[in-house]
Design a protein around this ligand. Structure first.
Ligand code: GDD
Ligand code: MG
Length: 370
């Protein structure tokens, strides 16, 4: 079974985490997001994937190669210019020959793909769109259906007054390749504003597949933290790498944890981590490879990428740190703060309320202080 994953976009809303790292490469529980997505597809019976990328193909090739390390066949295809969601699939049409899954590349879900495929076949559908309920459909594609789940209206980014249902396009499709004949070649064309409205007019069968599977868009800072918390507390089906060493504590390699450190799961701890005397690490928390947590430091609800050095007595709560930051003693970072990569924050600073610190920032002691 083949799939196309759409990987475009600049990830602007996730800046500064995406300043140095393309959005699909940002880690989810210590593993590039796209890699965890590929493993999920592989585990659900997809053995060949086309990654339709807008730019930086070489970064994807360097990280993922031909997919053999992950146990599937991978093609990484860069568009000459952004082709839009349907145009991107048209651009790789020569690699497709049969019923194909298409995925938006910025969604975390544990949708049952085999159930969706069985449904697509049972309905003899040409296009099947997975649907999920949301509170506010205005940021998404609204999908209205008949009683038998045949789609009869698709409205991308509806205005508040056009909302008639809470079911939206969840960004997983199954398409019959013959539908690509409606997509004009070599130009920008979207499923949402182009192909789906056209298919409604041609009368080819298009069905919605509503599901209550876990679903979230990973592209916003708060959802990025929420997804981690949901994975760690078991709200979404997810297989952890590493070995479970205690109640809901997973270790991904060797770690040096001081016997007086207090560790409360759910925690995932990367390779080569050291945790100092009297430190408190409270889940849901992820600590990347090579991080050092100083004595008496307190961490709760945080995501640290690789190589962070946390000073003695620092407090980190509900925040994200990118790679290789130095955090001074007794500094406090809380409330959705995001620190990018390579920052050096002196002792006794206080960073709160969604503050975003750009790569390479240096702050002296007490620069933003108590
Ligand atoms: N290769 C390629 N080329 N990929 C693209 C392009 C392109 O030109 N444009 C967008 N993509 C990729 C994005 O990277 C993302 O993975 C996916 O296609 C969807 O594009 P977004 O820009 O993230 O769209 P959205 O989030 O505003 O809305 C889409 O997703 C919602 C669900 O999250 C739509 O499909 C909505 O209908 C849907 O509800
Ligand atoms: Mg999106």
């Amino acid at each position: 079974m083949k799939a196309v994953i759409l990987v475009g976009g600049l990830g602007t809303r996730l800046r500064p985490l995406t300043c140095n790292t393309p959005k699909p490469m940002i880690p989810l529980v210590n593993q590039p997001f796209i890699e965890s997505m590929l493993l999920r597809l592989r585990d659900q019976g997809i053995d060949e994937v086309v990654l339709a990328v807008q730019y930086l193909a070489e970064r994807f090739v360097a990280a993922l190669g031909d997919g053999s390390r992950l146990g599937l066949k991978l093609h990484i295809i860069e568009e000459p210019e952004p082709r839009g969601t349907a145009g991107a699939v048209k651009n790789v049409e020569h690699l497709l020959d049969d019923t194909t899954f298409v995925f938006n590349g910025d969604v975390m879900t544990d949708l049952d793909l085999q159930a969706m495929l069985a449904y697509h076949r049972e309905k003899q559908s040409k296009v099947t769109i997975s649907l999920t309920p949301v509170d506010d459909p205005t940021q998404f594609g609204l999908v209205e259906m008949e009683k038998d789940n045949r789609v009869h209206r698709f409205l991308e980014k509806p205005r508040a007054e056009d909302i008639t249902t809470n079911l939206i396009n969840a960004g997983t499709y199954i398409i019959e390749p013959e539908m690509l004949r409606y997509v004009p070649p070599n130009q920008f064309y979207m499923f949402e504003r182009g192909l789906f409205p056209v298919v409604l007019q041609t009368g080819d069968s298009m069905f919605g597949f509503p599901s209550r599977a876990y679903w979230t868009d990973i592209g916003k800072p708060q959802t990025y933290l929420d997804v981690h918390h949901d994975i760690l507390i078991g709200k979404v089906r997810y297989s952890f790498r590493g070995t479970q060493i205690a109640d809901r504590i997973w270790l991904e390699g060797d770690a040096d944890i001081h016997p007086t450190a207090q560790m409360v799961g759910p925690l995932v701890i990367g390779h080569g981590v050291t945790i100092g005397r009297g430190a408190r690490v409270i889940g849901p928390t992820v600590i990347g490879n090579g991080c050092h947590i100083g004595a008496e430091a307190a961490l709760e609800g945080v995501v640290l990428w690789d190589g962070n050095q946390i000073g003695e007595g620092a407090t980190l709560r509900n925040c994200v740190l990118g790679r290789n930051n130095q955090i001074g003693a007794k500094t406090l970072i809380t409330d959705g703060a995001i620190i990018s990569d390579g920052c050096s924050l002196g002792a006794e600073n206080r960073l709160e309320r969604g503050i975003r610190i750009w790569p390479g920032t240096s702050l002296g002691e007490q620069a933003i202080s108590f």
